[in-house]
Each structure stands twice: as structure tokens, then as C-alpha cells.
Design a protein around this ligand. Structure first.
Ligand SMILES: Cc1ncc(COP(=O)(O)O)c(C=O)c1O
Length: 373
């Protein structure tokens, strides 16, 4: 009988837990001892540490990446009658928050090289109603921010950095380029909490103050409300946990990048480069490999083949946002965004996380080679 190999998971957080466990227990004890669970010194310290890491003036911790985007748009006073431009090839939240504020999401197709908003198509989508542009640094790769900035002119940019903490554009961490940067601490993100969490960054003190008030129902001082905000607060427990992980993030990112380089080497040695398209590394555009996404014209059978061998792989995202039922009222049709539609049919994310072993990567590529043979 042949020996059954253990599965290669798409993602395995239990391995990271082994590394952080003692520090996390100590951090939790610290919070339990104070019994201060809402905002407070842990959240303030996390904000300071994140601002230093991301090289921005201000960071405001919030309840999720979705709420980071929502609070940023609310701070820019996006509302009914406004348009906000973004890409149709992203996680739903990017466009969902626009719609929730009564504004209209306007989509611009992606560039097939990096899956990010194509700056060459941006100018044509701008109107007198455009209130903001949300570039997404998808999969951890920086969008073409200089070209987006020059096409957008003075329209504020809200960077969706939910998959891209620590990614650099032209040597500058993303999140400090636009008016706001929005981050997610969803557990599977490169820096993950033990539940939901998020962060908004900015280099503008006035915007930072307004956003911090937005997080507590537009309140300052206590029980005096200047505008309608929400409860977008991060728990002290999550902040304490994130503080134990943040110093490790550069090393974890380096391991993801080393994994990506190893994958490239393995694909080249197996002669697979003409069979599957690997992620492109572009000048100035850092990549922290939240996902390592390949493309194949036979994506679904490839995924099934890998699943049969116990190899995890996932599709981010199978339905572009202009094709989602809830956005039917926007009037978009299939064919409107051909690059996004091609991507949704071809992309496949392979296992990548800091603790992934060389042997596991070899098994992933051998699995793909077996399919392509
Ligand atoms: C591109 C993008 N935008 C927004 C979000 C929303 O973040 P969260 O799940 O923390 O609300 C996510 C993460 O899920 C994301 O990947």
C-alpha cells in the first residue's frame, strides 16, 4: 500500500499559534488584570506602533476592514448622489460600503498583469459626482499609485490595503499614499487578530481626528454628538494580541516572499511556465504575497485535481462585483469588464503562509505538473 501523504492546507493558523502562544497569553492576562476592554491604552499603543511601522502620521484602530472603509468614506462625507470609483475584482466589502452610504459604486476594469484597477481606464470613469477613488492592493501587490493619482487629480484616494499590510509602493508603505489607508486584521490576513479588527491610516491630522470621532458615534466630548458616526471600536483584547504579532510581521512577510520565490523556481524547473501564468512582479510595486495566485485556462479541473491530492487551493473571487445580484440595479452587464471576467474564470490561489514548508511547496507544484502532463 502506498503511503498516504498529509494534506497541504491552503492556510494553517495553528502553526503560527505555536510561535505566539506564550506572548498572547501574557498579553491577555495584562488586559484581564485591568478589566478595560474598550479602546484604552492597548488600542492607543497599537495605533502608535502601527503608525510607526506604516510610516504614517496617524493610525486609528477600528472594528474591521469593512468598517475601516465605511468610516473613511463617512469621514469624506460620501452620500446619496455621489459616485465612488473602484474595481469589480475585489472582496465585496470594497463596493458594499459605497452602496451602504447611498452612493453609487462605479467600476473600472483591472490590469491583467496585477489584478488591480487599471489607471489607463480611470479618467473615462470620472464625473462631476466622483467623490473618491478606492484602489485595492489586491493579493498584497501595490496598485499603480502614481498613475492612479495623476488620473484622479484632486479626488481623494482611499486605499483598500486590507490584503496588503507592509506592502511598499516605490519604497513607501501603502496606506500613506492616499487620503486614507484601510486595513483588515481578519484572522487569515498577514497580520491577523483573534476575531475581527481593522485600522485606518492617514497623514492628515484633521481627517484623523474626525475619523476617531466617527468611530464613537461622532462624539466629542462625552455625550456631545457633532455628526452621526457608528460603533467602529476595536477591542483592547484584539489590540493586545495584535501587538504581540506586529514585531513578527516583517519576518513573516519575508517568509511569504521567500515562498513565492521558491514557487517560481519550482515552476521554472518543472517547465510549467507556459501552462500556468505566475503572478508578475512589477517595477516599484511591492508584493507581500497575502495570496500567491496563478492563472490557468483549465482552472476548475486543476483545482479539483489538487483537491483530490489533499492540496488546498481557492478562488478569489469567482464572481466579479458588477455581476453580483445585489448590484443588478447599477445596470452593468456581462462583458463590461472583460479583464475582471477573465480573471474570475482563471485565478487560483495556492497555499502560502509563513510556516509553509519547502516540501509542501514541492508537493503543490508536483500536483500541478501531474495535471498538466
Ligand atoms: C480587499 C478587501 N477589502 C475589504 C475587506 C474587508 O475586511 P474585513 O473582513 O476585516 O471586514 C477584505 C477582507 O476580508 C479584503 O480582502
Amino acid at each position: 500500500m502506498s503511503e498516504q501523504k498529509p494534506p497541504v492546507p491552503l492556510f494553517d493558523l495553528t502553526r503560527q499559534w505555536q510561535e505566539v502562544r506564550d506572548d498572547v497569553h501574557a498579553a491577555l492576562e495584562r488586559v484581564f488584570a485591568t478589566q478595560q476592554f474598550i479602546l484604552g491604552p492597548e488600542v492607543a499603543a497599537l495605533e502608535k506602533e502601527c503608525a510607526a511601522f506604516l510610516k504614517v502620521k496617524r493610525a486609528v484602530a477600528v472594528s474591521s476592514g469593512t468598517d475601516a472603509l465605511l468610516a473613511a468614506l463617512m469621514t469624506l462625507e460620501v452620500g446619496p448622489g455621489d459616485e465612488v470609483i473602484t474595481t469589480p475584482f475585489t472582496f465585496f466589502a470594497t463596493a458594499g460600503v459605497i452602496h451602504r452610504l447611498g452612493a453609487r459604486p462605479v467600476f473600472v476594469d483591472i490590469d491583467s498583469r496585477d489584478f488591480n484597477l487599471d489607471p489607463r481606464k480611470l479618467a473615462a470613469a470620472i464625473s462631476s459626482r466622483t467623490k473618491a477613488v478606492i484602489p485595492v492592493h489586491l493579493y498584497g501587490q501595490a496598485a499603480d499609485m502614481d498613475a492612479i493619482r495623476s488620473a484622479a487629480g484632486s479626488i481623494p484616494l482611499v486605499e483598500d490595503c486590507c490584503q496588503a499590510i507592509g506592502t511598499e509602493y516605490n519604497g513607501v508603505p501603502v496606506g500613506g499614499i492616499g487620503a486614507f489607508g484601510c486595513f483588515s486584521f481578519f484572522p487569515t490576513k498577514n497580520l491577523g487578530a483573534f476575531g475581527d479588527g481593522g485600522l485606518v491610516t492617514t497623514n492628515d491630522d484633521t481627517l484623523a481626528e474626525r475619523l476617531a470621532d466617527m468611530r464613537v458615534h461622532g462624539m466629542r466630548p462625552k455625550y456631545v454628538h457633532h455628526f452621526v458616526g457608528g460603533n467602529f471600536r476595536l477591542d483592547a483584547l484584539q489590540a493586545a494580541i495584535l501587538r504581540t504579532k506586529l514585531p513578527r510581521l516583517p519576518r513573516w512577510i519575508a517568509k511569504r516572499q521567500a515562498s513565492a520565490a521558491h514557487y517560481r523556481d519550482l515552476f521554472a524547473r518543472a517547465g510549467l511556465e507556459s501552462k500556468v501564468r505566475l503572478p508578475e512582479e512589477l517595477p516599484r510595486r511591492g508584493h507581500t504575497y497575502h495570496q500567491f495566485v496563478v492563472r490557468s485556462g483549465r482552472r476548475d479541473p486543476l483545482r479539483e485535481h489538487l483537491a483530490n491530492q489533499g492540496i488546498g487551493a481557492e478562488v478569489y473571487y469567482p464572481i466579479s462585483l458588477h455581476e453580483q445580484q445585489c448590484f443588478a440595479g447599477l445596470g452593468y452587464r456581462r462583458g463590461d469588464f472583460p479583464e475582471s471576467e477573465r480573471a474570475e474564470a482563471e485565478v487560483l490561489a495556492l497555499p502560502i503562509f509563513p510556516e509553509l514548508t519547502p516540501d509542501e511547496r514541492e508537493r503543490v507544484v508536483a500536483g500541478i505538473a501531474g495535471f498538466c502532463r
